[in-house]
Design a protein around this ligand. Structure first.
Ligand code: AMP
Length: 115
């Protein structure tokens, strides 16, 4: 299977504005931000295509993604945040390497997602 764009970021094959990294996840600024703060938290393990696969296969890693999102929302905004996992192409998922959108800072009332 071809490497995802996020694996290429993890491997430093393409640049990104990386804001956090540890042995299990990387976080960077979304290239097309939909909110004043729009970060992506991405497990380094490429085997999980979406959040349902991650939840079934490694719930502890999913919890780590959520904890990382919370920490970053505090570091980059007031601590409140929206966490979005687009799941499936018709729901707007374009990269099939599981990732959480962390949206924060002046979110519009009634807006539900990253798009
Ligand atoms: P999704 O549509 O939920 O699969 O989210 C994929 C996200 O990745 C989109 O919000 C894109 O703007 C973002 N994206 C794609 N390529 C890059 C990149 N090279 N650096 C940062 N974000 C990216």
């Amino acid at each position: 299977m071809a490497e995802s764009i996020f694996t290429r970021i993890i491997n430093r094959e393409i640049p990104a504005e990386i804001v956090a990294e540890d042995d299990r996840v990387i976080a960077f600024t979304d290239i097309h931000p939909k909110a004043p703060v729009h970060l992506l938290v991405v497990p380094k393990d490429p085997q999980y295509r979406d959040v349902t696969e991650l939840a079934a296969g490694d719930p502890e890693l999913l919890a780590h993604v959520v904890a990382t999102a919370k920490r970053l929302a505090g570091d980059h905004s007031d601590g409140d945040f929206r966490l979005v996992f687009n799941t499936g192409a018709t729901a707007g998922q374009t990269v099939f390497h599981v990732h959480a959108h962390v949206l924060a800072g002046g979110l519009e009332e009634g807006s539900l997602g990253a798009d």
